[in-house]
Design a protein around this ligand. Structure first.
Ligand SMILES: Nc1ncnc2c1ncn2[C@@H]1O[C@H](COP(=O)(O)OP(=O)(O)OP(=O)(O)O)[C@@H](O)[C@H]1O
Length: 751
């Protein structure tokens, strides 16, 4: 059977005026007719209950002369009391609840149209809404059942109450401070969506219910908006679980009463930021609900239940049992478009088929064969419940108008008796062609009105087979699982790639650091060696020794360096040097000191490239400087040392070049550069790269000073008696010439 949809139009509020009313209910009534008919209170009451034709009329917003009509299972106008609504719509469901059917009641509508008033109602007895009346009816029936069975049957009632606020589920029986940020999770349990970790409170009396319900409602998220001073900002779901235990079996059924939050047009609400977030969430879930309704009625393959928690829980069209939608409407113009939109959703909802299946009882004693597969063959629809007052049902056409009022309405719900019937009755309904939304401006509603369909048609389900909905659910579940696995593996692949990248990056950085460190260390070591040479050249043996020792950690396994240190130590201990080398000549204080500057100490912060380039140069620079290290070394003429044409084979860490005698690795370029410098020819020197005339003159001046200092005769033509720059290191110590200049000069030389 289909979802039962009933409309309830609320009365005008104090702020609303008569002439703003645009909604009309009734068969063929014009506004004037309504007025004349509703001349007295009595007339109005009877009109509400007896002459209700289940049609709501509303003008086309684009053309007031045109009117749309929407037909529902029942329409209750502003004068219908809480009691009347309950008696007509909800009271009959209690019986089915006790027969094992689940019942879902939900109020739907724009904000401020009376949903909470309908479901919860006011404090006074007359104003009590559907929910307290339902509980009252349940307890009354429970007592009767227990009494009639002489205590053999017992009925337990327990409650759960929760809200869906901003698409998160919160237990209303728990104080707000106990809420977690994420709310309670949902789980699929045998086709039903259940909320995990929800409090279930046994509740034995109406009084107890009222106190629990009132307390829980204080936890509900409500706020004042421009359209409603006590606007519900959440969907509230009350679950009433009834467990009936007889000596043979236990049967559980649940009544769900849902007070949905109202959709709202934020151009009208003037909501602040927080209210807007709530509003967006409310509107989204209601939009999803509308989409679900549309998808179901259009028999689409995919119903977007899972796109909001509310639709997942409501599971419209998937839940078994009876479902009643109460469409709350405000009659005034300010709600015009919203009302039209609600009417359209409700109109579609009316076409949703709900499986009318009662819950399986749990039998005591030995296991019995499952009942469900044989249900279709053994059950038949009950006869309409003539005792029930379903005023909304179409009244069969009667020839005698006087008799019309006496005729009982047809029963609304199709239920099954347990009487054996061989023939399985099925009703296959033709899919109805949906008309375009009236909001699209296309008048349709009047044409869409169809004679009310008898709603007591038996279920079209064959219980022996898996239903289409079940298959759909299974497929959806499977697809979700596959997508989840895919998402997980995709995620883990991304994570792995990311981790690998990070590891590679780290490794690369480490390698770079190592290389940099090695090169820096090497450059530093070379600097110490250079400085050692310079000190040694000046005869500052202790400083030279110190520099060699500082260089040693950078070339720890170099035997030659170790032996140099040992030699130097010996020499310092007083070993005679047969002939002072030129480099050992200490210049007079204040003269050579100014010429051989140490101010440009090689620094440990040399760049990678510099360090590498300097490598060869440094070893070159150290070439021949070691002649002062031993007596033997010093006896050999420098020219000879320099004349070596040994190939440039200076490997990293190879300090063999320190010893010219053994491995005089002097490059032809260095030899050429030194010969240009030692020529003292300014015209040639200035052509060296990075030098220029001024610097060339300064270099020549410096060399001449050296000659003077060393007592060389200026006029002498004997070149060998003049001061000779014997290495790049020595060259770099000349005033105004640094390592970089030496490097430049050398690079510019064509060997
Ligand atoms: N049938 C009715 N009889 C008398 N007053 C009503 C009726 N329906 C609604 N009202 C009044 O209209 C106002 C708005 O009703 P209510 O708060 O129930 O709206 P709502 O649809 O629940 O709004 P929201 O979605 O914002 O929570 C209230 O003051 C309520 O008392």
């Amino acid at each position: 059977m289909s979802v039962r949809v009933v409309a309830r139009v609320r009365p005008l509020l104090k702020s609303e005026r008569d002439f703003d009313v645009i909604l009309r209910t009734g068969a063929s009534t014009s506004a004037a007719e309504v007025k004349s008919r509703e001349s007295s209170v009595e007339d109005r009451k009877s009109a509400a209950l007896k002459d209700r034709d289940s049609i709501v009329r509303i003008p086309n917003p684009k053309n007031e002369g045109e009117e749309y009509s929407f037909q529902f299972n029942a329409v209750y106008d502003a004068d219908v009391t809480q009691q009347e609504l309950f008696d007509a719509e909800v009271s009959p469901t209690i019986k089915h609840l006790f027969n094992g059917f689940d019942v879902t009641l939900f109020a739907y509508g724009v904000t401020g149209t009376g949903k909470t008033h309908t479901m919860r109602g006011g404090k006074s007895l007359a104003e009590r809404g559907v929910i307290p009346r339902l509980l009252s009816g349940i307890y009354r029936r429970s007592r009767k059942m227990e009494k009639d069975s002489d205590g053999e049957t017992s009925v337990q009632v327990s409650l759960s109450y929760y809200e869906i606020y901003n698409d998160k589920v919160f237990d209303l029986f728990e104080p707000p401070e106990k809420r977690t940020l994420a709310g309670l999770p949902l789980r699929d349990n045998g086709g039903k969506t259940v909320v995990c970790g929800l409090t279930e409170k046994p509740c034995t009396s109406l009084k107890e219910f009222e106190s629990l319900y009132d307390q829980a409602n204080t936890n509900r998220s409500t706020s004042a908006t421009k359209l409603n001073a006590h606007s519900s900002r959440s969907h509230a779901i009350l679950g009433v679980k009834i467990t009936i235990t007889t000596p043979e079996k236990t049967r559980i059924s649940t009544a769900s009463a849902i007070d949905l939050a109202g959709s709202e047009d934020n151009r009208r609400t003037e909501n602040d930021k927080e209210r807007m977030v709530e509003s967006a969430s409310i509107n989204k879930s209601l939009f999803v609900l509308a989409q679900c309704v549309e998808a179901i009625t259009k028999k689409q393959a995919r119903i977007p239940y899972r796109e909001s928690k509310m639709t997942r829980i409501l599971s419209l069209g998937q839940n078994n049992g009876l479902t009643i939608m109460i469409l709350n409407l405000a009659p005034v113009r300010s709600y015009h478009l919203d009302t039209l939109s609600s009417l359209n959703v409700a109109n579609r909802t009316r076409k949703i088929e709900v499986r009318e299946v009662e819950n399986d009882p749990i039998f005591k004693g030995p296991v019995r064969p499952a009942m469900r597969p044989s249900l279709a063959a053994t059950r038949k629809p009950l006869q309409p419940l003539t005792a029930s007052v379903h005023v909304n049902m179409p009244v069969a056409a009667s020839k005698d108008p006087a008799k019309k009022e006496e005729e009982k309405p047809l029963k609304l719900f199709s239920v099954y008796s347990d009487r054996t019937q061989i023939k399985a009755v099925t009703q296959l309904r033709k899919p109805e062609v949906l008309k375009k939304s009236s909001l699209s401006g296309e008048p349709h509603a009047i044409r869409t009105i169809k004679p009310p369909r008898p709603s007591y048609a038996p279920s079209q389900l064959n219980y022996g087979d898996i239903s289409a909905a079940k298959i759909e659910e299974m497929v959806e579940k499977k697809v979700e699982e596959i997508l989840a696995v895919r998402a997980m593996s995709e995620k883990s692949r991304h994570t792995q790639v990311h981790e690998l990248n990070e590891r590679l990056q780290r490794r690369l950085e480490q390698l770079e650091q190592r290389i940099e460190g090695t090169e820096d260390a090497r450059a530093e070591g070379l600097s110490y060696l250079l400085m050692a040479k310079q000190h040694q050249a000046r005869g500052e043996l202790s400083s030279a020794l110190k520099m060699y020792q500082l260089a040693l950690p950078h070339f720890p396994h170099n035997e030659k360096l170790v032996s140099k240190i040992a030699n130097l130590k010996e020499r310092m201990q007083g070993k005679a040097i047969s002939r002072p080398s030129m480099a050992q000549v200490s210049p007079p204080e204040g003269r050579l000191g100014s010429m051989l500057s140490l101010k440009k100490e090689p620094t440990v912060t040399l760049g990678k490239r510099q360090a590498a380039d300097l490598d060869t140069d440094m070893t070159d620079a150290l070439d021949g400087d070691d002649h002062a290290m031993s007596d033997e070394d010093s006896t050999l003429p420098q020219a000879k040392k320099r004349a070596t044409s040994k190939a440039l084979e200076c490997h990293d860490g190879d300090l063999s070049a320190l010893d010219d005698y053994q491995d005089p690795a002097v490059s032809p370029r260095t030899v050429r550069l030194l010969s240009i410098i030692n020529s003292r020819d300014v015209s040639q020197i200035k052509l060296l790269k990075g030098v220029g005339a001024k610097k060339a003159e300064a270099i020549v001046d410096c060399l001449c000073e050296m000659d003077e200092t060393m007592g060389c005769n200026e006029d002498s033509t004997d070149e060998s008696s003049a001061f000779q720059v014997s290495s790049l290191a020595e060259l770099s110590t000349l005033k105004g010439v640094g390592i970089r200049t030496v490097e430049n000069m050398r690079n510019g030389v064509v060997a």
